[in-house]
Design a protein around this ligand. Sequence first.
Ligand code: ADP
Length: 636
Amino acid sequence: MTNLDRPTGSSMSRAGLRFWSAALAFAVFMVDVLTPLEGAVAVLYVIAILLAARTNRRNDIIVAATGCVVLTITAYLLSHDLHEIASPALRALVSLAAIGITTLLVLQNHAATTHLAAQARLLNLSHDMIFVRDRSGVITFWNKTAEQTYGWSPDEALGQLADKLLRTSYSDRREAIEASLLDTGRWEGRVEQRTKAGAALTVDARWALQHDHLGKPVGVLETHTDVTDRVAAHSALVQSEQRYRRMFDASRIGVVEEDWSGLRTALDSLQTGGADLRDYLARNPDFVRHARRLARITDVNPALQKMAGASGSAAFIENADKLLGENDRSFLDALVAFANGEPFHEGETQLVSFDGRKVPVLFTITFPPEPDGDQNVLVFVVDITERKQAQDALLAAQAELAHAARVATLGELSASIAHEVNQPLAAIVTSGEAGLRWLRRDVPDLKEVATTIGHVVAQGRRASEIVTRIRTFLKKAAPQQDLLQIGEVIEEATALVARELAKDDVALIVEPQHGLPPVRGDRIQLQQVLVNLLINASQAMSGRPGSRVITLRAGTVDSETLAITVQDSGPGIPPDDMARLFDPFFTTKDGGMGMGLAICRTTVEAHGGRLSVVSTPGSGATFHLTLPYSQEHAPP
Ligand code: ADP
């Protein structure tokens, strides 16, 4: 029910009003009939009509008016006969006229009220709180939403001072607002209101000044839109943005904001001819280079500016191309991840700073989901220079250790090496003596002398090869990344231990698969791994009855890996030792160092491979090492 719908002016119900209206009409009728007032009292029927009008029902008014007319005429007819048309009749006519005029006015008023009520109902449909206050600030209209939101019913709100009821707080001075309202007829602003329950609401208020027909301000229509949630969401957003900004500015991790939308377009229009994207990109470095320029940098934080050696504003870092070096391969991988719709991509590369320094970095790129994810690609970059230095130092220490282990291994092999070198030396001596004998003949046989000298040279070379092999094995050099034929590495390693194995009566069977792809790595380190495994196998079998056989196999496992296995027919490894076998200093040998397998595993892992062992106690051990092929030589 709107304020205009309700019976006005009193709390009396409709039924009550109807009753009192009828009762009054009847009372007037009785007085009219029973007293000598002769129709004058009939004017009081007007009061009955006014009472009926207060029900705000058109039908009530018509019924009351008709009733009063009928009663007036009836009273007249009961009190007089038709021949007397003098003054009583005149009075009755005046009464009827009064009833008629009143009814007309009341009906007009009702029509206007109904019209207003319809408008008020419309206002009630609004999602906004709407109320009207007069010039002194007293509320004269209060809509449904105002009731629901602020908590006061129209009965409670009407007649109250709006500012006081709602405890309104303005962002500006109240007088200034009022002045602006009078000046322009409108005011808009954000205010704080309190509900009946005491909750604070932020509302966008719009005020419109109402004028009477003379143009005099009579009231103000206020429309309030509740923006509490919106303001809270906005301030949460602002806070979150500020937090992000603080993290962005203060973080020690480099952050780059990039726009990859141009890159998406370029990738979408790429014609790979059905080829795998990675293959296509590997064959089209120009596209990758172009794509680097399309990765537009929108912002970089101070940490990244520092990494890039940019002083102050980084506005001149326009795209990723400026930051990545010539040999960068990480961008290609990032492109593939981006094209495949992966949410993030991690990698390692080198940034090229503005002063030409190469900065090793780890990075994570996050690709936020659509719709505008491509414009908000975030790259987090960590400078790993120090870590790299520490890693280099560690590698150097490992290399030192590996070298020491090689020296120790050769120490173990010294007897057989001496024997091995001794053989060609003995042969040289024998050939030399034979040559001398041919020379000392009465007729020196120069042809035989030449043959024996030829033997001397050949044996000398053999001795020199042995020494070279040992010296190479002992060489102290930084780890290399060469392209190695694994068959050659196996040959060199077996040559180093051949004599030792022969001494212990160990048969070595080598079964390399034909046409193995090359691996990338350090020749000496991989030799050392094989030498270690072979010597361990030989030592495990030494002094044991039965056949002593080592089988060394090499072959490809899949399209990326090749495997070498070293299998012996020794005692195997007790289950208790298995878990500790690769631990540094784990040994079961008298005088053993326990470093061999630890170094082997580190070396293999540094080559991107794995070293493991399987063993059934009593039937030997099989060491299994895998190595990745060199990618550029992977079989198609
Ligand atoms: P070390 O040879 O100085 O003991 P390693 O690390 O090379 O150091 O080997 C550690 C231990 O692993 C050896 O002491 C031995 O007990 C065990 N082991 C290594 N290879 C074999 C094998 N083929 N058969 C049985 N045990 C082995």
